[in-house]
Design a protein around this ligand. Structure first.
Ligand code: ATP
Length: 249
């Protein structure tokens, strides 16, 4: 297996002392990697750095072996991104939005629009204005845009955030199908622990800006531990270490 994302000692601390500290993560080719952590843990910060939307103070990020700080274009060439809620021109149809977006990708034609609409299940709604789309459909349109360039890695920040159960199930099924049939590697952030467990083969747990555990879901299952239990145990052990380190009163 080849590493697709390699993150070493990634650190970014905001003026208010929050941020992420010395994060090490590896996403292998074929992974659906769940980047799990509660609100404010630092997931978006890491994802923005990986995709060049924000800069780290220390550390290294490589995508497909290319360093994003010195070889950004090569690193991002095979990457699709959906960070925060997908933006679309709501007064245009879903298809028109894709027609505008596809112009950024030389060599990719209209037939790819048909393919991506099919992949995300929007073919029947392609001529409707995006304004009338449900949140789930808007997210799937965002995913379709990210798929236009035929990426080998998709980075999705909270793709099921705010969706109802049906929307969540649809998004999960699409992601699993894309991994299986299009052989796309995924890095997906979420604070929804059960969602991660159902969809992902590898998990990284982020807590207060630190990656406290990275493991295969199969290893957890083998040891009879749910992801929720693993998370709570890691958090407990972090708290205990801090208590031991704290100076006695
Ligand atoms: N531009 C900023 N300036 C100052 N603090 C920030 C900034 N962006 C994020 N933070 C803080 O850094 C921490 C990590 O934020 P981040 O958005 O990366 O977390 P997250 O895990 O993605 O959370 P959420 O699920 O709520 O989006 C939070 O405490 C947040 O308040």
């Amino acid at each position: 297996m080849k590493p697709v994302v390699e993150i070493r000692q990634l650190t970014k601390v905001y003026n208010n002392s929050r941020g992420v500290h010395e994060v090490n993560m590896t996403v292998q080719q074929g992974d659906i990697y769940g980047f799990f952590g509660p609100n404010g843990a630092g997931k978006t910060t890491v994802m923005k750095i990986i995709t060049g939307l924000s800069k780290a103070q220390h550390g290294e990020v490589k995508l497909f072996g290319y360093d994003i700080s010195t070889q950004y274009e090569q690193a991002m060439a095979k990457v699709g991104v959906l960070i925060e809620t997908a933006e679309a021109y709501t007064y245009m149809s879903g298809r028109r939005n894709l027609e505008l977006a596809v112009r950024f990708y030389p060599g990719i034609g209209g037939e790819r629009i048909d393919e991506v609409l099919e992949l995300v299940g929007l073919t029947p709604y392609q001529h409707e204005k995006a304004a009338g789309y449900s949140l789930g459909m808007k997210q799937r349109l965002g995913l379709a845009m990210a798929l236009l360039s035929k990426p080998e890695l998709l980075i999705l920040d909270e793709p099921t955030n705010g969706l109802d159960i049906e929307g969540m199930v649809q998004m999960r099924e699409i992601i699993m199908r894309l991994a299986r049939e299009e052989r796309i590697t995924f890095l997906i952030s979420s604070h929804l622990i059960h969602e991660m467990e159902l969809m992902c083969n590898r998990i990284g747990i982020l807590h207060q800006g630190r990656l406290v555990r990275e493991t295969l879901v199969a290893e957890l299952v083998q040891s009879g531990v749910t992801l929720e239990q693993a998370y709570l145990r890691e958090i407990d052990s972090v708290r205990n270490v801090r208590k031991e380190e704290a100076p006695h009163a």
